[in-house]
Design a protein around this ligand. Structure first.
Ligand SMILES: Cc1cc2nc3c(=O)[nH]c(=O)nc-3n(C[C@H](O)[C@H](O)[C@H](O)COP(=O)(O)OP(=O)(O)OC[C@H]3O[C@@H](n4cnc5c(N)ncnc54)[C@H](O)[C@@H]3O)c2cc1C
Length: 417
């Protein structure tokens, strides 16, 4: 396929998905959101926490109900391959789906209807037939949730230095280690754990295992509260956990490539997410700038405010254009191939850093336009400002993205002077 044939438009499959998603928001999500509001336990975006600092169980259960219903409606896993029961959409199509979902859900319960960190991911598609039946199919149906367990208390960016390890014992593996900063640590039914199986073997030193949350030796640790304040991030401990051979994902030694596949999926999702939320914030900024008065006229009549609005639009448009252009190229290269095409890491990192930095500026301006109301705890602008600040660290910090971009550029030109 030549570059000239790249199509970044909205396909019939996307139009069908978004039409069904819109109806799902009205028919299924809106009543659940009303029921949740009546319980006085916070909202999906601003949940109350339980005594251990975890997301309030009623809020978690409302999200789970949305996930189960979205799974039953075939809306939850459009990004997974059709061969495992997903929607089989391309990355360009997923940009449009994600943009639609984030723009139309805002900070509501509807966001739970599209698989996120807790859902089925491209890496787990490499599991065995037995694990597919036990974990992947229920994940795609929204019946269970997962957690991706890579980071440790002492190791984040420096993935190959992790200390969690697994040793073969007959056909099984025995897993030991301590993971930290894991999203969905408190509730996941299955843990997708990356561990060392061949020390010193570089990018072949790691393997990925599926650990059932009921396995003896597995223990959920403390909540690690972050500025997201959602009660979802915590620690996990594995002590002599026996993992059957059928729960190895891919081959032994594939762990680094599989971890990168999971991480790259999250990086690619930034494009649609930022365009969707960015436009949602822009809509809100436009409405507010028409209502709020200063000096006897709406603040939207002031050039200072108009420029903040224009800068939001410029950042959203630029980041969206980057996402669509790059996701189209990745569709050609194979976004989740193992091994990954050598040009893909630089492209994925460009997508992430441009979107992370643009969205951070967008949320900052959204706060500014709303004045004190933008800073008010619990306002959408304040929440998304915190989200945007957060996004620049997980799934690879912005510095790590710069490393990958420079590495990709310099690689073919010999060592840097
Ligand atoms: C809300 C949240 C959710 C998360 N969810 C998950 C999850 O579900 N699963 C999971 O496994 N992890 C998760 N993480 C962990 C996250 O992926 C790590 O925090 C991230 O990879 C950075 O690692 P670190 O925090 O150890 O920072 P470090 O790696 O210690 O980095 C510290 C600083 O040094 C810089 N730095 C480090 N190495 C380099 C380098 N080589 N070149 C340039 N700069 C460098 C970094 O950019 C950063 O500024 C989550 C984190 C948060 C905050």
């Amino acid at each position: 396929m030549t570059r000239a044939s790249i199509n970044i438009g909205i396909s019939d499959r996307v139009a069908d998905y978004t039409e069904r998603f819109r109806r799902f928001l009205d028919d299924e999500v809106a009543p659940l959101e009303e029921q949740l509001a009546a319980k006085n336990v916070g909202t999906a975006a601003q949940p109350h926490l339980d005594e251990a600092g975890r997301m309030h169980p009623e809020v978690w259960e409302a999200r789970r109900e949305v996930q189960r219903r979205a799974g039953a409606a075939g809306l939850y896993a459009p990004h997974n391959s059709a061969s495992v029961g997903g929607g089989g959409l391309s990355r360009v199509e997923m940009h449009h789906v994600e943009e639609f979902v984030y723009r139309n859900s805002g900070l509501g319960l509807g966001l739970a209807a599209l698989a996120w960190t807790e859902g089925p991911n491209p890496a787990i598609e490499h599991c065995s037939p037995a694990a597919r039946e036990q974990y992947l199919t229920p994940l795609i149906k929204g019946e269970i949730t997962a957690a991706f367990c890579n980071t440790e208390p002492d190791v984040g960016s420096d993935v190959l230095k992790m200390s969690t390890w697994a040793k073969r014992d007959g056909d099984d593996w025995i897993l030991n280690g301590h993971k930290a900063w894991i999203t969905n640590a408190h509730f996941a039914d299955v843990l997708q754990v990356v561990a060392v199986t061949e020390p010193g073997a570089g990018t072949r030193s790691l393997s990925m295992f599926l650990v059932d949350a009921g396995a003896p030796g597995f223990r959920r640790g403390v909540d690690l509260p972050t500025m997201m304040n959602d009660g979802l991030t915590g620690e996990l401990e594995f002590t002599d956990v026996r993992v059957p051979a059928e729960n190895v994902v891919g081959e032994i030694g594939d762990g680094f490539a599989l971890a990168m596949s999971w991480i790259n999926w999250r990086r690619m999702c930034r494009g649609g997410m930022d365009a969707g939320w960015g436009n949602w914030l822009l809509d809100r900024a436009l409405s507010y700038s028409r209502e709020r008065q200063s000096g006897g006229k709406p603040i939207g009549a002031l050039q200072a405010v108009q420029h903040l609005i224009a800068d939001m639009d410029a950042d959203i448009t630029q980041a969206k254009a980057t996402s669509l252009m790059i996701q189209a190229q990745l569709d050609e290269l194979g976004p989740f191939d193992i091994p990954l095409h050598r040009d893909a890491p630089r492209l994925i990192s460009l997508l992430k850093i441009i979107n992370d930095e643009a969205f951070y500026r967008v949320t900052d301006r959204a706060v500014q336009i709303h004045g004190a109301r933008g800073l008010q705890l619990g306002s959408p602008e304040e929440k998304l400002f915190r989200v945007a600040r957060n996004l620049r660290i997980p799934a690879g910090t912005v510095e790590i993205q710069r490393n990958a971009i420079a590495r990709g550029l310099l690689r073919d030109r010999g060592p840097a002077a």
